[in-house]
Design a protein around this ligand. Structure first.
Ligand SMILES: [Zn+2]
Length: 79
């Protein structure tokens, strides 16, 4: 939806671009902001990290190929 401006579920072209106070923490001192694209017809939501720098920081911090949650991050910090 971000690139096509069209809902992949119902083909609607009326997309809401919503930037909210939603972040993914990167350690204790950094974060990545989440941008959402919402279909005004069916309600389907896509979420993106808009900043390439924040995306690189996320990748460096969490790595790829394994699931991570805020809880697993907190447990890792205690080791
Ligand atoms: Zn839709």
């Amino acid at each position: 939806m971000k690139n096509s401006q069209r809902c992949p579920k119902c083909d609607c072209i009326h997309i809401i671009h919503y930037i909210e106070n939603d972040v993914i923490p990167i350690g204790f001192f950094s974060k990545a902001w989440v941008t959402k694209y919402i279909c005004s017809e069916c309600g389907y939501i896509e979420s993106w990290i808009a900043s390439k720098e924040e995306l690189a920081n996320l990748t460096n911090y969490y790595g790829v190929g394994r699931p991570v949650t805020r809880l697993s991050e907190l447990l890792n910090d205690q080791e």
